[in-house]
Design a protein around this ligand. Structure first.
Ligand SMILES: [Zn+2]
Length: 441
Protein backbone atom coordinates (compact mmCIF):
# COMPACT_ATOMS: atom_id res chain seq x y z
CA UNK A 1 0.00 0.00 0.00
CA UNK A 2 1.22 3.46 -0.92
CA UNK A 3 1.85 5.49 2.25
CA UNK A 4 -0.33 8.29 0.86
CA UNK A 5 -3.27 5.90 0.60
CA UNK A 6 -5.75 6.04 3.43
CA UNK A 7 -6.86 2.68 4.71
CA UNK A 8 -10.59 2.12 5.34
CA UNK A 9 -12.58 -0.90 6.39
CA UNK A 10 -15.55 -0.40 4.06
CA UNK A 11 -16.15 1.80 1.00
CA UNK A 12 -19.78 2.17 -0.04
CA UNK A 13 -20.22 3.54 -3.58
CA UNK A 14 -23.27 4.94 -5.40
CA UNK A 15 -25.09 5.57 -2.14
CA UNK A 16 -28.50 7.24 -1.94
CA UNK A 17 -28.63 8.27 1.72
CA UNK A 18 -31.49 9.54 3.83
CA UNK A 19 -29.24 10.68 6.67
CA UNK A 20 -32.08 11.50 9.12
CA UNK A 21 -29.91 14.28 10.54
CA UNK A 22 -31.58 17.41 11.95
CA UNK A 23 -31.85 18.99 8.47
CA UNK A 24 -33.02 15.73 6.79
CA UNK A 25 -29.98 15.91 4.49
CA UNK A 26 -30.29 13.59 1.50
CA UNK A 27 -27.31 12.49 -0.58
CA UNK A 28 -27.46 10.85 -4.00
CA UNK A 29 -24.79 8.98 -5.93
CA UNK A 30 -22.28 9.47 -3.16
CA UNK A 31 -19.70 7.53 -1.13
CA UNK A 32 -19.38 6.48 2.49
CA UNK A 33 -16.04 5.49 3.99
CA UNK A 34 -16.01 3.50 7.22
CA UNK A 35 -13.10 3.04 9.59
CA UNK A 36 -12.94 1.49 13.07
CA UNK A 37 -16.72 1.14 13.29
CA UNK A 38 -17.35 4.81 12.52
CA UNK A 39 -18.42 6.82 9.50
CA UNK A 40 -15.21 8.55 8.42
CA UNK A 41 -16.40 10.28 5.27
CA UNK A 42 -19.54 11.01 3.24
CA UNK A 43 -19.33 12.60 -0.21
CA UNK A 44 -17.02 12.73 -3.18
CA UNK A 45 -13.74 10.85 -2.85
CA UNK A 46 -12.03 12.68 -5.73
CA UNK A 47 -9.83 14.79 -3.50
CA UNK A 48 -8.95 12.02 -1.08
CA UNK A 49 -6.34 10.43 -3.32
CA UNK A 50 -6.20 6.68 -3.87
CA UNK A 51 -8.42 4.82 -1.44
CA UNK A 52 -7.63 1.46 0.02
CA UNK A 53 -10.61 -0.33 1.51
CA UNK A 54 -10.86 -3.91 2.71
CA UNK A 55 -14.38 -4.19 1.38
CA UNK A 56 -16.13 -2.38 -1.45
CA UNK A 57 -19.90 -2.41 -1.79
CA UNK A 58 -21.98 -0.97 -4.61
CA UNK A 59 -25.21 0.52 -3.20
CA UNK A 60 -26.90 1.13 -6.57
CA UNK A 61 -30.66 0.43 -6.50
CA UNK A 62 -30.76 0.87 -2.74
CA UNK A 63 -31.65 3.52 -0.17
CA UNK A 64 -29.35 3.81 2.83
CA UNK A 65 -31.03 4.71 6.08
CA UNK A 66 -30.08 4.59 9.77
CA UNK A 67 -31.48 1.35 11.17
CA UNK A 68 -34.72 1.34 13.17
CA UNK A 69 -34.29 1.99 16.90
CA UNK A 70 -36.63 -0.30 18.86
CA UNK A 71 -37.00 1.85 21.97
CA UNK A 72 -38.95 -0.68 24.05
CA UNK A 73 -39.53 -4.38 23.97
CA UNK A 74 -39.42 -7.60 25.97
CA UNK A 75 -37.34 -9.60 23.49
CA UNK A 76 -37.57 -13.06 25.03
CA UNK A 77 -41.37 -12.92 25.02
CA UNK A 78 -41.18 -14.01 21.39
CA UNK A 79 -41.35 -17.52 22.86
CA UNK A 80 -44.97 -16.71 23.80
CA UNK A 81 -45.90 -15.23 20.42
CA UNK A 82 -49.50 -16.18 19.66
CA UNK A 83 -49.84 -18.18 22.89
CA UNK A 84 -53.12 -16.35 23.44
CA UNK A 85 -54.65 -13.38 21.69
CA UNK A 86 -58.14 -11.87 21.49
CA UNK A 87 -58.76 -11.80 25.26
CA UNK A 88 -58.88 -8.84 27.70
CA UNK A 89 -55.54 -7.56 29.02
CA UNK A 90 -55.94 -8.92 32.56
CA UNK A 91 -57.13 -12.36 31.33
CA UNK A 92 -54.17 -12.45 28.96
CA UNK A 93 -51.74 -11.61 31.76
CA UNK A 94 -53.22 -13.64 34.64
CA UNK A 95 -54.26 -16.79 32.82
CA UNK A 96 -51.57 -17.09 30.16
CA UNK A 97 -48.50 -14.85 30.33
CA UNK A 98 -47.75 -14.87 34.06
CA UNK A 99 -48.24 -18.65 34.49
CA UNK A 100 -46.10 -19.30 31.39
CA UNK A 101 -43.37 -16.96 32.66
CA UNK A 102 -43.41 -18.56 36.10
CA UNK A 103 -42.97 -22.03 34.67
CA UNK A 104 -40.71 -21.45 31.67
CA UNK A 105 -38.69 -18.26 32.03
CA UNK A 106 -35.11 -19.13 32.96
CA UNK A 107 -31.68 -18.08 31.72
CA UNK A 108 -31.59 -20.63 28.88
CA UNK A 109 -35.01 -19.72 27.50
CA UNK A 110 -34.41 -15.96 27.77
CA UNK A 111 -31.33 -16.45 25.64
CA UNK A 112 -33.30 -18.48 23.08
CA UNK A 113 -36.19 -16.00 22.95
CA UNK A 114 -33.79 -13.06 22.61
CA UNK A 115 -31.92 -14.75 19.76
CA UNK A 116 -35.23 -15.44 18.00
CA UNK A 117 -36.34 -11.81 18.40
CA UNK A 118 -32.89 -10.50 17.54
CA UNK A 119 -32.89 -12.32 14.20
CA UNK A 120 -36.37 -11.01 13.45
CA UNK A 121 -35.25 -7.47 14.31
CA UNK A 122 -32.11 -7.69 12.16
CA UNK A 123 -34.21 -9.00 9.28
CA UNK A 124 -36.49 -5.95 9.58
CA UNK A 125 -33.68 -3.36 9.79
CA UNK A 126 -33.30 -2.82 13.54
CA UNK A 127 -29.85 -2.27 15.05
CA UNK A 128 -30.82 -1.72 18.71
CA UNK A 129 -33.51 -2.77 21.13
CA UNK A 130 -34.18 -1.43 24.61
CA UNK A 131 -35.18 -4.44 26.65
CA UNK A 132 -37.16 -4.87 29.85
CA UNK A 133 -37.33 -8.44 31.07
CA UNK A 134 -35.61 -11.00 33.29
CA UNK A 135 -32.12 -12.57 33.11
CA UNK A 136 -30.83 -9.51 31.25
CA UNK A 137 -27.30 -10.88 31.39
CA UNK A 138 -28.50 -13.49 28.88
CA UNK A 139 -30.07 -10.75 26.78
CA UNK A 140 -26.68 -9.02 26.60
CA UNK A 141 -24.92 -12.26 25.61
CA UNK A 142 -27.47 -13.07 22.90
CA UNK A 143 -27.25 -9.54 21.55
CA UNK A 144 -23.44 -9.56 21.44
CA UNK A 145 -23.55 -12.94 19.71
CA UNK A 146 -25.78 -11.49 16.97
CA UNK A 147 -23.65 -8.33 16.73
CA UNK A 148 -26.57 -6.07 17.56
CA UNK A 149 -27.01 -3.36 20.20
CA UNK A 150 -29.16 -3.55 23.29
CA UNK A 151 -30.08 -1.44 26.28
CA UNK A 152 -30.58 -3.76 29.24
CA UNK A 153 -33.36 -3.27 31.77
CA UNK A 154 -33.87 -6.00 34.36
CA UNK A 155 -37.57 -5.65 35.29
CA UNK A 156 -37.90 -4.76 38.97
CA UNK A 157 -41.20 -5.40 40.76
CA UNK A 158 -42.36 -5.74 44.36
CA UNK A 159 -43.09 -9.44 43.97
CA UNK A 160 -40.63 -12.22 43.03
CA UNK A 161 -39.66 -12.56 39.37
CA UNK A 162 -38.20 -15.63 37.63
CA UNK A 163 -34.75 -14.11 38.28
CA UNK A 164 -35.09 -12.17 41.58
CA UNK A 165 -36.72 -12.91 44.91
CA UNK A 166 -36.93 -9.24 45.93
CA UNK A 167 -36.67 -5.79 44.31
CA UNK A 168 -33.45 -5.24 46.28
CA UNK A 169 -31.94 -8.23 44.47
CA UNK A 170 -33.10 -6.75 41.16
CA UNK A 171 -31.37 -3.45 41.93
CA UNK A 172 -28.19 -5.28 42.95
CA UNK A 173 -28.32 -7.35 39.75
CA UNK A 174 -28.66 -4.16 37.68
CA UNK A 175 -25.61 -2.64 39.38
CA UNK A 176 -23.59 -5.76 38.59
CA UNK A 177 -24.71 -5.63 34.94
CA UNK A 178 -23.57 -2.00 34.77
CA UNK A 179 -20.05 -2.87 35.95
CA UNK A 180 -19.90 -5.98 33.77
CA UNK A 181 -20.87 -4.24 30.52
CA UNK A 182 -19.77 -0.62 30.89
CA UNK A 183 -16.89 -1.09 28.41
CA UNK A 184 -18.89 -3.18 25.92
CA UNK A 185 -19.71 -1.04 22.89
CA UNK A 186 -22.89 -2.92 21.94
CA UNK A 187 -24.47 -2.91 25.41
CA UNK A 188 -25.90 -0.03 27.47
CA UNK A 189 -27.72 -0.08 30.76
CA UNK A 190 -30.97 1.28 32.12
CA UNK A 191 -32.69 0.56 35.42
CA UNK A 192 -36.26 -0.61 34.90
CA UNK A 193 -39.20 -0.21 37.23
CA UNK A 194 -41.99 -2.32 35.77
CA UNK A 195 -44.81 0.17 36.54
CA UNK A 196 -46.00 2.55 39.27
CA UNK A 197 -48.64 -0.03 40.30
CA UNK A 198 -46.18 -2.95 40.62
CA UNK A 199 -43.43 -1.09 42.51
CA UNK A 200 -43.87 0.45 45.96
CA UNK A 201 -42.97 4.08 46.59
CA UNK A 202 -39.76 3.08 48.37
CA UNK A 203 -38.70 0.77 45.50
CA UNK A 204 -39.37 3.53 42.96
CA UNK A 205 -37.26 5.92 45.03
CA UNK A 206 -34.39 3.40 45.28
CA UNK A 207 -34.49 2.85 41.50
CA UNK A 208 -34.35 6.60 40.94
CA UNK A 209 -31.33 6.88 43.27
CA UNK A 210 -29.43 4.17 41.37
CA UNK A 211 -30.27 5.91 38.09
CA UNK A 212 -28.69 9.15 39.41
CA UNK A 213 -25.75 7.35 40.98
CA UNK A 214 -24.75 5.31 37.89
CA UNK A 215 -25.93 8.02 35.46
CA UNK A 216 -28.10 5.52 33.58
CA UNK A 217 -31.70 6.21 32.54
CA UNK A 218 -34.63 4.83 34.49
CA UNK A 219 -37.44 3.29 32.46
CA UNK A 220 -41.05 2.50 33.38
CA UNK A 221 -44.45 1.61 31.86
CA UNK A 222 -46.82 4.53 32.61
CA UNK A 223 -50.52 5.21 31.99
CA UNK A 224 -51.05 2.28 29.66
CA UNK A 225 -54.72 1.78 30.52
CA UNK A 226 -57.53 4.00 31.79
CA UNK A 227 -57.94 1.55 34.68
CA UNK A 228 -54.34 2.23 35.79
CA UNK A 229 -55.06 5.98 35.92
CA UNK A 230 -58.36 5.48 37.79
CA UNK A 231 -56.70 3.29 40.41
CA UNK A 232 -53.81 5.73 40.85
CA UNK A 233 -56.29 8.56 41.42
CA UNK A 234 -58.09 6.37 43.98
CA UNK A 235 -54.91 5.27 45.79
CA UNK A 236 -52.72 8.39 45.58
CA UNK A 237 -55.13 11.16 44.58
CA UNK A 238 -52.80 11.74 41.63
CA UNK A 239 -52.34 10.48 38.08
CA UNK A 240 -49.42 8.04 37.61
CA UNK A 241 -47.34 10.85 36.05
CA UNK A 242 -48.10 13.25 38.95
CA UNK A 243 -47.35 10.53 41.49
CA UNK A 244 -43.98 9.65 39.90
CA UNK A 245 -43.06 13.31 39.59
CA UNK A 246 -43.90 14.06 43.22
CA UNK A 247 -41.66 11.28 44.47
CA UNK A 248 -38.74 12.55 42.38
CA UNK A 249 -38.71 9.73 39.83
CA UNK A 250 -38.24 12.19 36.95
CA UNK A 251 -35.35 14.10 38.53
CA UNK A 252 -32.81 12.24 36.39
CA UNK A 253 -33.14 10.99 32.80
CA UNK A 254 -36.34 8.92 32.55
CA UNK A 255 -38.03 7.15 29.67
CA UNK A 256 -41.75 6.34 30.00
CA UNK A 257 -43.42 3.63 27.92
CA UNK A 258 -47.00 3.89 26.57
CA UNK A 259 -48.21 7.23 28.05
CA UNK A 260 -51.66 6.80 26.51
CA UNK A 261 -54.02 8.25 29.11
CA UNK A 262 -52.40 11.62 29.85
CA UNK A 263 -53.93 14.82 31.20
CA UNK A 264 -52.70 18.22 30.00
CA UNK A 265 -51.01 18.57 33.40
CA UNK A 266 -49.22 15.22 32.84
CA UNK A 267 -47.90 16.50 29.50
CA UNK A 268 -46.66 19.72 31.19
CA UNK A 269 -44.78 17.62 33.75
CA UNK A 270 -43.22 15.37 31.09
CA UNK A 271 -42.08 18.43 29.17
CA UNK A 272 -40.72 20.27 32.20
CA UNK A 273 -38.79 17.21 33.42
CA UNK A 274 -37.56 16.36 29.90
CA UNK A 275 -38.97 12.85 30.16
CA UNK A 276 -38.83 10.84 26.92
CA UNK A 277 -41.92 8.93 25.82
CA UNK A 278 -41.99 5.71 23.80
CA UNK A 279 -45.15 4.84 21.90
CA UNK A 280 -46.10 1.21 21.18
CA UNK A 281 -49.02 1.39 18.75
CA UNK A 282 -49.23 -2.23 17.63
CA UNK A 283 -49.39 -3.61 21.18
CA UNK A 284 -51.79 -0.84 22.22
CA UNK A 285 -54.14 -1.62 19.35
CA UNK A 286 -54.09 -5.34 20.01
CA UNK A 287 -54.75 -4.99 23.74
CA UNK A 288 -57.23 -2.15 23.06
CA UNK A 289 -55.36 0.07 25.54
CA UNK A 290 -55.83 3.34 23.66
CA UNK A 291 -53.86 5.79 21.50
CA UNK A 292 -50.84 7.82 22.60
CA UNK A 293 -51.56 11.54 21.97
CA UNK A 294 -48.57 11.92 19.62
CA UNK A 295 -49.41 15.36 18.12
CA UNK A 296 -49.82 16.87 21.60
CA UNK A 297 -46.52 15.36 22.75
CA UNK A 298 -44.69 16.60 19.65
CA UNK A 299 -46.26 20.07 19.99
CA UNK A 300 -44.88 20.13 23.55
CA UNK A 301 -41.44 19.18 22.16
CA UNK A 302 -41.35 16.00 24.21
CA UNK A 303 -38.86 13.49 22.77
CA UNK A 304 -40.89 10.63 21.31
CA UNK A 305 -39.51 7.25 20.24
CA UNK A 306 -41.14 4.07 18.99
CA UNK A 307 -41.06 0.47 20.20
CA UNK A 308 -42.64 -2.87 19.43
CA UNK A 309 -43.31 -4.03 23.01
CA UNK A 310 -43.13 -7.82 23.43
CA UNK A 311 -44.03 -10.29 20.71
CA UNK A 312 -46.69 -11.81 22.98
CA UNK A 313 -48.81 -8.67 22.51
CA UNK A 314 -47.66 -7.38 19.09
CA UNK A 315 -47.07 -10.21 17.67
CA UNK A 316 -43.90 -9.29 15.85
CA UNK A 317 -40.66 -7.41 16.37
CA UNK A 318 -40.68 -5.30 13.22
CA UNK A 319 -40.40 -1.61 14.06
CA UNK A 320 -41.15 -0.88 10.40
CA UNK A 321 -44.63 -2.32 10.91
CA UNK A 322 -45.14 -0.30 14.10
CA UNK A 323 -44.11 2.88 12.28
CA UNK A 324 -46.61 2.13 9.52
CA UNK A 325 -49.37 1.49 12.07
CA UNK A 326 -48.45 4.54 14.17
CA UNK A 327 -48.85 7.06 11.37
CA UNK A 328 -52.13 5.63 10.07
CA UNK A 329 -53.57 5.25 13.56
CA UNK A 330 -52.89 8.94 14.26
CA UNK A 331 -54.40 10.04 10.94
CA UNK A 332 -57.50 7.94 11.45
CA UNK A 333 -58.08 8.79 15.10
CA UNK A 334 -57.78 12.54 14.36
CA UNK A 335 -59.63 12.23 11.03
CA UNK A 336 -56.82 14.37 9.67
CA UNK A 337 -54.38 13.10 7.03
CA UNK A 338 -51.97 15.98 7.79
CA UNK A 339 -51.61 15.25 11.52
CA UNK A 340 -48.33 13.34 11.03
CA UNK A 341 -46.15 13.15 7.92
CA UNK A 342 -43.75 10.50 6.62
CA UNK A 343 -40.58 12.39 7.51
CA UNK A 344 -41.68 12.84 11.11
CA UNK A 345 -42.77 9.20 11.38
CA UNK A 346 -39.39 8.05 10.08
CA UNK A 347 -37.53 10.30 12.51
CA UNK A 348 -39.59 8.87 15.42
CA UNK A 349 -38.47 5.38 14.35
CA UNK A 350 -34.79 6.34 13.94
CA UNK A 351 -33.17 9.56 15.21
CA UNK A 352 -35.76 10.30 17.90
CA UNK A 353 -35.27 6.84 19.40
CA UNK A 354 -31.57 7.62 19.83
CA UNK A 355 -32.39 11.04 21.32
CA UNK A 356 -34.86 9.51 23.78
CA UNK A 357 -31.96 7.54 25.33
CA UNK A 358 -29.47 10.44 24.81
CA UNK A 359 -27.48 8.31 22.34
CA UNK A 360 -27.76 10.82 19.49
CA UNK A 361 -24.03 11.59 19.48
CA UNK A 362 -23.29 8.15 18.11
CA UNK A 363 -26.56 6.70 16.79
CA UNK A 364 -29.81 7.57 15.00
CA UNK A 365 -28.49 9.21 11.83
CA UNK A 366 -25.87 8.70 9.12
CA UNK A 367 -23.31 11.41 9.82
CA UNK A 368 -19.53 11.69 9.87
CA UNK A 369 -18.16 10.66 13.27
CA UNK A 370 -21.18 8.56 14.22
CA UNK A 371 -21.24 4.79 14.49
CA UNK A 372 -21.39 2.97 11.17
CA UNK A 373 -24.92 1.59 11.62
CA UNK A 374 -26.73 1.49 8.26
CA UNK A 375 -29.60 -0.43 6.72
CA UNK A 376 -29.48 -1.00 2.97
CA UNK A 377 -32.97 -1.04 1.48
CA UNK A 378 -33.54 -2.69 -1.87
CA UNK A 379 -35.75 -0.56 -4.13
CA UNK A 380 -35.92 -2.98 -7.06
CA UNK A 381 -39.16 -4.69 -6.12
CA UNK A 382 -42.56 -3.80 -7.66
CA UNK A 383 -43.96 -2.31 -4.44
CA UNK A 384 -40.99 0.12 -4.23
CA UNK A 385 -41.39 1.58 -7.75
CA UNK A 386 -41.91 4.13 -9.14
CA UNK A 387 -40.12 6.14 -6.51
CA UNK A 388 -41.14 9.81 -6.23
CA UNK A 389 -40.57 10.43 -2.52
CA UNK A 390 -38.18 8.11 -0.66
CA UNK A 391 -39.57 9.03 2.78
CA UNK A 392 -43.11 8.16 1.75
CA UNK A 393 -41.88 4.98 0.05
CA UNK A 394 -40.27 3.73 3.25
CA UNK A 395 -43.13 4.73 5.53
CA UNK A 396 -46.00 3.56 3.34
CA UNK A 397 -44.61 0.92 0.93
CA UNK A 398 -41.53 -0.76 2.35
CA UNK A 399 -41.65 -4.38 3.53
CA UNK A 400 -39.28 -6.07 5.95
CA UNK A 401 -37.83 -8.23 3.18
CA UNK A 402 -36.55 -5.08 1.45
CA UNK A 403 -33.75 -4.82 4.02
CA UNK A 404 -30.91 -6.33 2.00
CA UNK A 405 -27.93 -5.72 4.29
CA UNK A 406 -27.59 -4.46 7.86
CA UNK A 407 -24.40 -2.92 9.16
CA UNK A 408 -23.93 -2.39 12.92
CA UNK A 409 -20.82 -0.83 14.45
CA UNK A 410 -19.04 -1.16 11.11
CA UNK A 411 -19.76 -4.91 10.80
CA UNK A 412 -22.31 -6.64 8.64
CA UNK A 413 -24.74 -8.67 10.74
CA UNK A 414 -26.89 -9.51 7.69
CA UNK A 415 -25.63 -9.66 4.11
CA UNK A 416 -27.94 -10.46 1.18
CA UNK A 417 -30.61 -11.49 3.75
CA UNK A 418 -28.27 -14.06 5.35
CA UNK A 419 -27.84 -13.76 9.14
CA UNK A 420 -24.09 -13.90 9.64
CA UNK A 421 -23.51 -14.44 13.36
CA UNK A 422 -26.06 -17.07 14.38
CA UNK A 423 -27.49 -20.34 13.14
CA UNK A 424 -30.96 -19.09 12.24
CA UNK A 425 -32.36 -22.51 11.33
CA UNK A 426 -31.24 -24.02 14.64
CA UNK A 427 -32.75 -21.17 16.67
CA UNK A 428 -36.10 -21.49 14.88
CA UNK A 429 -36.04 -25.25 15.45
CA UNK A 430 -35.34 -24.74 19.18
CA UNK A 431 -38.23 -22.23 19.42
CA UNK A 432 -40.53 -24.79 17.78
CA UNK A 433 -39.37 -27.45 20.26
CA UNK A 434 -40.01 -25.03 23.16
CA UNK A 435 -43.59 -24.46 21.99
CA UNK A 436 -44.26 -28.18 21.58
CA UNK A 437 -43.35 -28.81 25.22
CA UNK A 438 -45.22 -25.81 26.63
CA UNK A 439 -48.06 -26.73 28.94
CA UNK A 440 -49.61 -24.18 31.27
CA UNK A 441 -52.93 -25.99 31.76
ZN1 LIG B 1 -43.74 -3.22 27.71
Amino acid sequence: MNSSQLKYDIWIKNAHILSMDAAFTEFVETNILIKDGKIAHIGSVENLGPINADYLIDASHMILLPPFFNAHNHAAMSLFRGLRNDVPLMTWLQEYIWPAEKKYINAKNVRLGTLLSGIEMIRSGTNLFADMYFFEDEVAQASIELGMRCILGEAILDFPTPNQKTPTEGIHYTRNLYYKYRDESLVSLSISAHAPYTCSTSVLKSISEVSKDLKIPSTIHVSETSREVEESLKTHGKTPVEYLNDLGFFDFHTICYHCIHLSDHDIEILKEKEVSVITLPNSNMQLASGITPIPKLLDSEICLGLGTDGAASNNNMSLLRDMQMMIKLQKLSHLDSTILNAKTALSIATSNGAKSYKMQNSLGSIEIGKSADIQFINIDSPHMQPLYNPYAQIVYSMQESDVKHLLINGRFVMKDRIILNADEEKIIYEAMSFARKLNIG
